[in-house]
Design a protein around this ligand. Structure first.
Ligand SMILES: C[S@@+](CC[C@H](N)C(=O)[O-])C[C@H]1O[C@@H](n2cnc3c(N)ncnc32)[C@H](O)[C@@H]1O
Length: 343
């Protein structure tokens, strides 16, 4: 049994605890620089301050904090030998690098194979030019590999999407762009919760049928061959669930109903940031029309699924709207391929 200390008594420490082979490892205690955590217990083990580390006879100390570099030097300065310190985050960073390199090489090989057997010119062009960002049509992998990070802390998280919104929120704050924030297409509220956290000081408007896709939108999809969506898809949600995830206490407005009809009572609202994530052509186009007109100068609209072939109407709607308005957008390399429109 190796005796270990875990440095980091937050989410990281808990996650590392789950990763350990309990038959090989005995956790002696958790360590944290945050005095508020000292004295608390995690799975029955005490959280101690760094000064008490030397009271313990440990084999290793695992760094389960994003500040692993600073903590590493803190421990070295305390006289703890380097060989006893294991950086959980550091290890996985190099694993990520080699994984991405392997993936890149694999895709290069695949591209070569496909090129040898495919005569269709359009396919050839896609394979030649878009083999990193391309979605499932040809490789059946989408850009999935990029999102299947070995770093346990990033697994399943669309880093590009979230970090883009975080940066947008900073721009809006630092440049004093006025206006409310909104999400059209809320479903269970996970992305709304993220927006809410970043913009607690702004009014937050959340639009959804909360009954899934509307039959008129779906009929239109089928007629135009955009998607195979079904009426009421994504109806398994409710408003209370969404509200329970928000950081906003009062300045939020849940606008339930079919968009854009649900907007009739809304008057004179300007928006600084809007996420449109409704999967289908009609509400995406209607959302762009409604929100762009009301977007503050310097504001942003983020349209999810722009490059997601399963919902090809989203791209059509964005292109049509932007052509009509004489405006442009930036395609993102997030998991479902969003597009960002600014004003
Ligand atoms: C993919 S989900 C949204 C996911 C959410 N943005 C997230 O990231 O967690 C799409 C949502 O759009 C809603 N929706 C689709 N068409 C709509 C319309 N015409 N009016 C209102 N809501 C609509 C659906 O009910 C569904 O909840």
């Amino acid at each position: 049994m190796k005796k270990i200390l875990i440095f980091g008594a937050s989410e990281g420490g808990r996650k590392v605890t789950k990763m350990l082979r309990k038959d090989n490892v005995e956790i002696l205690a958790y360590v944290d620089n945050d005095r508020k955590k000292v004295g608390q217990k995690i799975e029955g083990k005490e959280v101690i301050p760094p000064e008490r580390i030397n009271e313990f006879n440990f084999d290793y100390i695992l760094l389960a904090s994003m500040y692993f570099n600073e903590i590493f030097y803190q421990l070295i300065n305390m006289g703890i030998h380097e060989s006893k310190i294991i950086k959980i985050y550091g290890l996985n960073t190099s694993a990520s690098k080699s994984k991405i390199k392997n993936m890149y090489n694999r895709h290069c090989l695949k591209r070569q194979e496909y090129k040898n057997i495919i005569i269709d010119e359009e396919l050839h062009n896609v394979i030649e030019n878009y083999f990193i960002c391309d979605m499932n049509r040809f490789y059946n992998e989408r850009n999935y590999d990029f999102y299947n990070y070995p770093d346990y802390i990033l697994q399943g998280i669309d880093y590009v999407r979230l970090s883009t919104v975080e940066l947008i929120s900073r721009e809006i704050r630092e440049r004093n762009i006025s206006g409310a924030v909104a999400e059209l297409g809320v479903y269970k509220g996970d992305f709304s919760a993220f927006i809410s956290k970043l913009f607690t000081d702004r009014d937050l408007f959340l639009f959804d049928t909360f009954e899934g896709f509307h039959k008129d939108d779906v009929e239109f999809e089928h007629r135009r061959g955009f998607s195979k969506s079904k009426p009421r898809h994504l109806e398994d949600t409710n408003i209370d669930l969404v509200i329970s995830k928000l950081s906003h206490i009062d300045n939020y407005y849940i606008i339930k109903g079919y968009f854009p009809e649900s907007t009739v009572r809304l008057k004179n609202i300007n928006f600084a940031f809007v996420s449109i994530d409704v999967d289908l052509y009609k509400p995406t186009y209607a959302g762009l029309k409604f929100f762009y007109e009301r977007l503050s100068k310097g504001g942003y609209i983020l349209v999810h699924d722009y490059n997601f072939p399963t919902y090809s109407g989203v791209k059509e709607a964005v292109r049509k709207f932007c052509d009509e308005m004489g405006i442009n957008y930036v395609p993102l390399s997030d998991y479902f391929g969003s597009a960002v429109i600014t004003k």
